[in-house]
Structure formats: C-alpha cells, structure tokens
Design a protein around this ligand. Structure first.
Ligand code: SAH
Ligand code: SF4
Ligand code: F3S
Length: 446
C-alpha cells in the first residue's frame, strides 16, 4: 500500500516553493498526497519565524499533529522551514515525539532524510552553509495552471536589526542562470504564462565572477526572451540595491510587469538607521521618483512596520507622511515583534502592544483611503489582465493586472491563460470588477 503525505505551509512564498519541491520529491518516492491529515502517514509542517505570532501558530499546529500521533504511533511528523532552522535540536526536547527537523537548506535532500528516519527515531538536518543544489528538480511551483514561482536565490546578508531571516535562511547564495532558465522553460512547456522570481533580496542576485558574472538585470533579460512567457515578475527588492540598470529593465523588457515590491519599513531616518536598512528616507523617495520617471504607470507596493524600539510619535508621523507622499498601490503593515538573536531585541525603548496597535490602526486607515481612491480611478479604464482561473464564486474569471490588482470579470472561459482587455466597471478596497472586451467564441461565464 502507498504511503500518504500531508504538508501544512505557513509563511512566505519561498516556503510555498519549498513545500512544492518537497511534494514533488515525495511523489518520486512513491508517496501520494492527501488533503486529509487523518489519512496521512507523514505530516510535514513548513513554518515561519518572522514574527512571534507566526512561530506560536507553528508550535500550536505541531502540538495538534503530535496529539494525532499519540493515537497512531506509525505516523511520522516533521517540522521544516524557518522555525525548524532556528530552534533545531531543542525542538526534540520540547516535543519528544517529533521525528524530523528539516532546515531551510535541506529541503532538496528530503528523500535521504526520510530514508534515515525509517531506521532512526529522530533526524536533525539543519546545516545552513550549504549552497543551493545545482538543480533541485526542474519543477517550479505552480500557484495556478498559468502562474508559477521560481526561487532564484537563498538567504540574506543584510542583517536588518529586527529580522530573523539571515539566521533562518543563511547567507545569500544564487542559483545558476542556466538552471533557472531550464526550470522556466519546463514551466512554460507545462502551460505556465507568468513566472515570479523569488528571493529575500532578489535584486542582489549575482552568479559567478568577473566576465562570466550574471547579475539580476541580465537574468531578467535571459528569461524574458522565452517565447510564450507572457509575464515575468520578481519579489522582494531591497531599496539599497535598486540599480539604474534594473530600472531600465522596466522600460526595455516588454513582458516584465511594471510592478515593484519595495519595502521601506519606516519613514524616519533615525529609525531606518537603527534598523540598519542602508538608505535614508530621501534616498527611498528619490528611487521612487526615478522609477516613476522611467515608467509613470509602475505600481509600487511596500512593507512597513510600526513600534520599532524607540519609535517616537513624531517618527511614526514621518512614516504616515511618507505613505501619503508616495501613495503606494498596496502596503503590508506589521507591528514590530521581538525575535530571538536579533539586535533590536536587546534595544531599549520597547513600545507596548496597545500603542503598537493604535499606530497600526492609524496607518492602515491612511493606506486604505489611498488604495480605495487609486482603485476608483480605474473605473472606465481598460486594463490588461492575465486570466488565471475562476473567481471564488465560480461565476466569473479572475486574474491580475500588471500591478497585481485582482480583477474579476465576465468572460469567455477559453480565454484562460491569455492576457485580455477588461473594461473596469466597479472597484473596492481589494479588487476591481469589469467586463472582458475580447472573445474567443467559447462558453460565456456570467
Ligand atoms: N526580505 C524582505 C522581506 C522580509 S520579511 C525585505 O527585506 O523587505 C517580510 C516583512 O516582514 C518585512 O518587510 C518586514 O516588514 C516584516 N518583518 C520582518 N521582521 C519583523 C519583525 N521582527 N517584526 C515585525 N515585522 C517584521
Ligand atoms: Fe530581513 Fe532585512 Fe534581509 Fe529583508 S533585507 S530578509 S528584512 S534582514
Ligand atoms: Fe517567514 Fe522564513 Fe519566509 S521567517 S517570511 S518563512 S523566510
């Protein structure tokens, strides 16, 4: 009888990519996927450690899964991802029934580790100094039939003082451009039309040395020449590594989506310095101006946090002011959270939870007004949308604009996987709605 596996994934897109890779490797061992944990012989929990809440959630899910193991002792349970990397062998002390702790650089070796766990009661694999494998598996991660991720680099060298990622993902290491192009080719032959390149610091991608060196803009140019790849995206970019050459890519590469996710974190120079972000408020504003000068329609989204240790009311106001000034197309906002090993966790001036919530509320209200206003301005406009699938209710198609706005629209189902023109009729804070102006003579979806 075949073994069944079930994977629970939390955290960022890199975890989604890793979970998919693990799934493909398990399939190649004869395991079958199941969506029902009670049917599984192997449960893997892929975890995130970026904020305390994410880690608590991981630990509580692990607790629940280990309860199931007490009833069915043959069940194997593994923890992977950033909590596994960060806590390592200590996890076995707290959770003696846990079978496998798999670090972030060990994902492609899952088959070996599963084999060892058959003969040993506990397997700990958290080596962090490993290079990404030459080619983990020419697979990619399918978010939908037509869109996929490719992880192009691991790790981060920036050591922002609040951030756990350099500890959980190790130092930066880029995959070879040839492997990435192979993976992209494979995805395109499978019908994928949009690829998102992933890295914690994707624009510092660099492979090889001297004349053979491939930097990020060159990688983009190589990939963009793939026939049938309608759209290319990337995330997340660091403002300090945003080169003029990369800005030119937005002008020169036709299938590169005019969208950049460029976290700014704070609008105050003193806080940016304490965060070790490597740029000032003015430098950030200048880069946004250069981007908009090159491509006026470019969508700019960002991440920001409130309540960093020592953040005063005035400094928080500088953040609000920056948000009003830039008018981001979308903004992900967080309350600062103390993380183990980070420099900020030992800084003075911690802000209490109530105050952080107050600041976050104000910030989100400010951004919501901007997003609603921006979305309203789409009314009556014709936008290009990649038709990705059926909307949640199943009565319309859904897809995204170049700027990653969700659009639901009445259309012909034959247009799935194509870029179509949509006339926008309505807008809300989270999405746009419209009617498709193209037709392929298939079934109408209303
Ligand atoms: N590499 C990316 C994103 C890293 S994690 C970057 O450099 O921007 C995603 C977001 O989580 C960050 O942009 C930051 O806003 C937030 N974040 C990271 N550490 C955090 C912490 N300790 N507390 C609260 N938010 C945090
Ligand atoms: Fe964390 Fe900063 Fe690296 Fe982003 S750039 S992953 S916030 S250390
Ligand atoms: Fe979380 Fe690790 Fe991603 S900490 S955000 S899963 S890199």
């Amino acid at each position: 009888m075949n073994h069944h596996f079930h994977i629970i994934t939390m955290g960022c897109q890199m975890n989604e990519y890793d979970s998919d890779l693990v799934a493909q490797l398990l399939l190649s061992m004869g395991y079958l996927p199941t969506s029902d944990p009670l049917e599984a012989d192997l449960i893997l929990i892929n975890t995130c450690a970026v904020r305390a809440r994410a880690e608590q959630k991981a630990v509580s899910i692990l607790g629940r899964v280990l309860k199931q193991k007490r009833r069915t002792p043959d069940l194997k349970v593994g923890l992977m991802g950033c909590v596994a990397q960060q806590r390592g062998g200590d996890l076995f002390k707290r959770f003696p029934e846990l079978d496998l702790v798999l670090g972030t650089r060990e994902v492609s070796r899952i088959r070996e580790h599963i084999h060892s766990s058959e003969s040993r009661s506990r397997v700990l694999a958290t080596e962090l100094n490993l290079q990404p494998p030459a080619s983990p598996n020419a697979s990619g991660y399918f978010r939908s039939r037509f869109t996929a991720f490719i992880s192009i680099m691991e790790g981060c060298n920036n050591f922002c003082t609040y951030c756990v990622v350099p500890f959980t993902r190790g130092r930066e290491a880029s995959r070879s451009p040839d492997d990435i192009v192979e993976e992209a080719k494979h995805l395109v032959t499978e019908g994928v039309r949009e690829i998102t390149l992933l890295g914690q610091n994707v624009n510092s991608y660099s492979y090889g040395k001297e004349e053979g060196q491939c930097r990020f803009p060159l990688l983009l140019r190589k990939l963009s020449s793939l026939k049938e790849l309608l759209r290319l995206r990337f995330t997340t970019s660091h403002p300090k590594d945003l080169s003029d050459d990369l800005i030119r890519c937005f002008v020169e590469i036709p299938n590169l989506c005019r969208h950049i996710h460029l976290p700014f974190q704070s609008g105050s120079n003193r806080i940016l310095k304490r965060m070790n972000r490597g740029y000032t408020r003015e430098q950030y504003i200048d880069r946004v101006r250069d981007l908009r000068q090159a491509v006026p329609s470019i969508a700019i989204t960002s991440d920001v946090m409130v309540g960093f240790p020592g953040e005063t009311e005035d400094e928080f106001m500088e953040t609000l002011d920056l948000i009003r000034q830039i008018e981001f197309d979308n903004l992900y906002s967080f309350k600062y959270s103390d993380r183990n090993k980070t420099r900020s966790s030992t800084m003075s001036g911690k802000i209490d939870e109530w105050e952080k919530s107050r600041r976050l509320g104000l910030l989100q209200k400010t951004q919501k007004e901007i997003t609603i206003r921006k979305n309203k301005s789409f009314k009556g406009a014709v936008v290009e949308v990649l038709a990705e699938g059926l909307s949640r209710k199943g009565d319309q198609l859904t897809g995204k604009t170049e700027g990653s706005k969700i659009v639901n629209f009445k259309s012909d189902s034959q247009l799935l996987g194509h870029i179509v023109k949509v006339l926008i009729k309505e807008s809300s804070a989270n999405s746009l709605r419209g009617e498709c102006l193209d037709s392929a003579g298939g079934d109408q979806i209303y």
